[in-house]
Design a protein around this ligand. Structure first.
Ligand SMILES: NC(=O)c1ccc[n+]([C@@H]2O[C@H](COP(=O)([O-])OP(=O)(O)OC[C@H]3O[C@@H](n4cnc5c(N)ncnc54)[C@H](OP(=O)(O)O)[C@@H]3O)[C@@H](O)[C@H]2O)c1
Length: 254
């Protein structure tokens, strides 16, 4: 393994790690030597995932909390710090989507998406970033979306949350950068996961994605895991405040 991508001795907290992109990110970090704290709302699912990694000789543990629970997020960061004496990498990946036209968008649905996709990320980044800054080193990686750059009808709260997340990443980069903490975001295009299963199974939408994406296909979760690995590793030591788009070229084609 190239030393540039080695995460030996590092501790990572990955939210939304029970499945999809977050699981692929957790796997990639663990495969490169990190101890990974897997998080989502489902403790049983996380424990199964941690056991999978353990069986492969990799290092992981499960810690469930709801991103919308203010106290639980802070407690999780404090617990990681207390148990391991460090938190080197925070991957804010947990996310949700609410679908429906903006004309029918209920306040509660807007609030929930903004809370989980954006406000919770601010809180975790603030709490973890403080500790990283005190140690003079750290990585914050946010899973945004190409919906933070462009919009499609029917997902207004998601578009707004991801646009906010891209901006928040820049704010984190300029505030924590001087203390040695790099903050970056990933903007995945269409990746096969539970979140996109209905779209992937819809022949019309599937052919839209294939036709519209220069690479002619959907992305795979492990392709986002690889991007996160780059942003977590020393290979990206001078990258700060960047939005790394991994969309097969979708947003650069007209
Ligand atoms: N798939 C795509 O094409 C795509 C494209 C661009 C961006 N993204 C972003 O990538 C991230 C992961 O998406 P995915 O496609 O992997 O979706 P997914 O398969 O639906 O997974 C979402 C993950 O987030 C967790 N989660 C959801 N709400 C949570 C909450 N309130 N508190 C804690 N954890 C919560 C879920 O775990 P539990 O249910 O166990 O809590 C699960 O682990 C999201 O931020 C999404 O917006 C996805």
């Amino acid at each position: 393994m190239s030393k540039l991508f080695s995460l030996e001795g590092r501790v990572a907290l990955v939210t939304g790690a029970s499945r999809g992109l977050g699981w692929a990110i957790a796997e990639a970090l663990a495969e490169h030597g990190a101890h990974v704290v897997l998080s989502s709302r489902d403790q049983a699912a996380l424990e199964k995932r941690a056991a999978e990694l353990d069986k492969r000789g990799l290092s992981a543990q499960a810690r469930a909390f709801d991103a919308a629970d203010r106290a639980a997020g802070a407690e999780a960061v404090a617990a990681v710090q207390a148990e391991h004496g460090r938190l080197d990498i925070l991957v804010n990946n947990a996310g949700m989507v609410h679908r429906g036209p903006i004309a029918e968008l209920a306040d509660e649905d807007w609030d929930r998406v903004i809370e989980v996709n954006l406000t919770a990320v601010m809180r975790l980044s603030r709490d973890a970033g403080r500790q990283m800054a005190a140690r003079g080193h750290g990585r914050i990686i946010n899973t945004a979306s190409i919906m933070g750059l462009v919009a499609r009808p029917g997902v207004a709260s998601y578009v707004a949350s991801k646009g906010g997340l891209v901006a928040l990443t820049r704010a984190l980069a300029v505030e924590f950068g001087p203390q040695g903490v790099n903050s970056n975001a990933i903007a995945p295009g269409y990746i096969v996961s539970d979140m996109t299963a209905d779209l992937h199974n819809d022949p019309e939408f599937d052919s839209f994605v294939r036709g519209r994406t220069p690479l002619g296909r959907w992305g795979e979760a492990k392709e986002i895991g690889a991007v996160a690995l780059f942003l977590a590793s020393d290979a990206s030591s001078y990258v700060n405040g960047h939005l790394l788009v991994a969309d097969g070229g979708l947003t650069v084609s007209l």
